[in-house]
Design a protein around this ligand. Structure first.
Ligand code: AMP
Length: 214
C-alpha cells in the first residue's frame, strides 16, 4: 500500500508516518528529512537548498522529484508513505509517472486537517531526537524526565531552524498557494480521505487507521 500524508506544516505528518512505519513495516519517504540531511552533510545540493528552506520557500520540483526517484528504486517494505511530497501539482503528476514506471500505484491520500492557530502552537513546541529522529512536543509529548530519548536513549534534543515565526508564515503561505490545490486534485482522482488532525496522537492514529482500512 502506497500512501501520501498531506497537510500543512505541523499537521503531524512526520509523527503519524513514524507510527505507520512501526505498526505496518512501511517505508517513510520525507523529502524534508532528505533535504535536511543534504544540508547538514554540506553536499552541493544541500548548499543550494539551505537558504530556500530557511526562508520557508519550496525547493524546486526537479530537486525533490530527483530525490524521490532515487528512493523508489529501493525496497518499499509494506509500501511507501510519502511525507511532505508531493507539494505541487507538477510533483503530483511526476509521482504518478514514477510509481507507474516501477509498476506501483497510489492507494490513498490522507489529508490531515488542522487549523492555523493549532499549527503555530505545535510547531513552536516541537523538537526531534538527534539520535533517531523521534518527534517530541513540549506540551503533548515532552522529553522523558531523565533527558534520554524513549526510543534510542540519545540526549541530543534538536529544534529545526525553520521552526520560527517568520519562516512558518512563509511555509503556510506556500502550503495554501501551491500544495492545497492537491486536495481537489486527489479528490477528483478518488483517492482522497480527509481526517481531523487535531487531538491526541493516538486519536489521530485511529482516524488514519479507519481511513486506510475502513
Ligand atoms: P518539511 O520537513 O516537510 O516541513 O520540509 C521542510 C522544507 O523543505 C520545506 O519548507 C521546503 O523548503 C523543503 N521541502 C520539503 N519537501 C518539499 C517538496 N516536496 N517540495 C519543495 N520543497 C520541499
Amino acid at each position: 500500500m502506497n500512501i501520501i500524508l498531506l497537510g500543512p506544516p505541523g499537521a503531524g505528518k512526520g509523527t503519524q508516518a513514524q507510527i505507520l512505519v512501526e505498526a505496518r513495516g512501511m517505508t517513510q519517504l520525507s523529502t524534508g528529512d532528505m533535504l535536511r540531511e543534504a544540508k547538514d552533510s554540506g553536499t552541493e545540493m544541500g548548499q543550494i537548498v539551505a537558504d530556500v528552506m530557511a526562508r520557508g520557500d519550496l525547493v524546486t520540483d526537479d530537486i525533490v522529484i530527483g530525490l524521490i526517484r532515487e528512493k523508489l528504486a529501493s525496497d518499499s517494505g509494506a509500501g511507501f508513505i510519502f511525507d511532505g511530497f508531493p507539494r505541487t501539482l507538477a510533483q503530483a503528476d511526476a509521482l504518478a509517472d514514477l510509481l507507474s514506471d516501477v509498476g506501483q500505484t497510489l492507494d490513498a491520500v490522507i489529508e490531515m486537517r488542522v487549523d492555523d492557530e493549532a499549527l503555530v502552537k505545535r510547531i513552536t513546541a516541537r523538537s526531534t531526537c538527534g539520535g533517531c529522529g523521534a518527534v517530541y512536543n513540549d506540551i503533548t509529548k515532552p522529553w522523558p524526565e531523565d533527558g534520554k530519548c524513549a526510543n534510542c536513549g540519545s540526549t541530543e534534543v534538536k529544534r529545526r531552524s525553520d521552526d520560527n515565526e517568520d519562516s512558518l508564515k512563509q511555509r503556510l503561505m506556500e502550503y495554501y498557494k501551491k500544495t492545497s490545490p492537491l486536495i481537489g486534485y486527489y479528490h477528483a482522482k478518488g483517492t482522497l480521505k480527509s481526517i481531523d488532525g487535531l487531538g491526541e496522537i493516538d486519536e489521530v492514529k485511529a482516524r488514519i487507521t479507519g481511513a486506510l482500512d475502513g
